[in-house]
Design a protein around this ligand. Structure first.
Ligand code: DGL
Length: 300
């Protein structure tokens, strides 16, 4: 087990956040908004993205490697900002490292349980997340009377990334103008096909079980209609981070400005920076490359 810095000196350390790529920046943004004094070290495993079509064993191995790398850089807490990696590896990582590890599934499940009145909840995510059954277990552990309907919607990741590449505006503008960015006929048809079975199930709450999907909220809302509450786990996860750091007396109270550092695993960092700036909503200045060959050794 890795040894974290002593609690008394660790409050200035960054929060480690990781995802298969840029999607987890939706969670990093929520954390930065909720905890503006906290530094963040974000790891985007862009070279091995997407995780969704991979086996849970392989994704678990990636999650362990990245978590160990983050602990070696002395993060005070790890957020697995990827549903596929949370489904595959949360428990294993929690056993292996001694800093707190927070995933995105339990916070999203909790928000859905609180929101549903019909007790019929839909979940969409990658193949890895949906096939793991992790959301169904998490929701039903909180309320066994809820019926969960799940659907894998893997092409939504590609639609998000294509949508961002097609538009260079700040994210707020993209969201405001989503009708002409994401709701292109081809994208809308894919979304309608994916969501049709869930619409037939009369759900009143839909969990966006992939950290890319909040960027598709306008498109998904337009298809599901006004009576379906859309749940993104980003803000709930940020609340869990705030609560954990508060209870552990590890909030950064130094008064120093936060530092945001980003690492990616693909040699061409420009794509990560271009898409990442739109999602994180500020310039990505400190961006470096990590060679995945060195990950298992903790170097790099
Ligand atoms: N961000 C990942 C998740 O939340 C989806 C992208 C991928 O398949 O790697 O599951």
């Amino acid at each position: 087990m890795e040894h974290p810095a002593a609690l008394s000196t660790s409050s200035n350390l960054p929060i480690g956040v990781f995802d298969s790529g840029v999607g987890g920046l939706t969670v990093a943004r929520a954390i930065a908004t909720r905890l503006p004094q906290e530094s963040i070290l974000y790891f985007g495993d862009t070279l091995r993205c997407p995780y969704g079509p991979r086996s849970l064993d392989e994704v678990r191995r990636f999650a362990v490697e990245i978590s160990r790398w983050l602990v070696a850089r002395q993060v005070k807490l790890i957020v697995i900002a990827c549903n596929s990696a949370t489904a595959a590896g949360l428990e294993t990582v929690q056993r292996l490292v001694s800093v707190p590890v927070i995933g995105v599934i339990e916070p999203g499940a909790r928000a859905a349980v609180q929101a549903t009145t019909a007790r019929r909840v839909g979940v969409i995510g990658t193949v890895a997340t949906i096939e793991s059954g992790a959301y169904t277990r998490a929701i039903r552990a909180l309320d066994a009377g809820i019926t969960v309907f799940s659907a894998a919607t893997p092409r939504f990741v590609e639609i998000v990334e294509q949508g961002l590449r097609l538009d260079k505006s700040p994210l707020e503008d993209i969201m405001a103008r989503a009708a002409d960015i994401y709701i292109r006929p081809a994208f809308a048809q894919i979304a309608r096909d994916y969501l049709k079975p869930l619409k037939r199930c009369h759900i009143d709450t839909l969990v966006l079980g992939c950290t890319h999907y909040p960027l598709l909220t306008p498109l998904i809302k337009s298809i599901m209609g006004p009576n379906v509450t859309i749940i993104s786990s980003a803000e709930e996860t940020a609340s869990d981070v705030a609560e954990t750091l508060t209870r552990r007396r590890q909030l950064n109270t130094s008064g120093a400005s936060p530092h945001y550092a980003f690492v990616t695993t693909s040699a061409d960092t420009s794509e990560f920076i271009n898409l990442g700036e739109m999602i994180f909503r500020c310039p990505l200045i400190d961006v470096s490359l990590v060679n995945i060959a060195t990950l298992s050794t903790g170097e790099g």
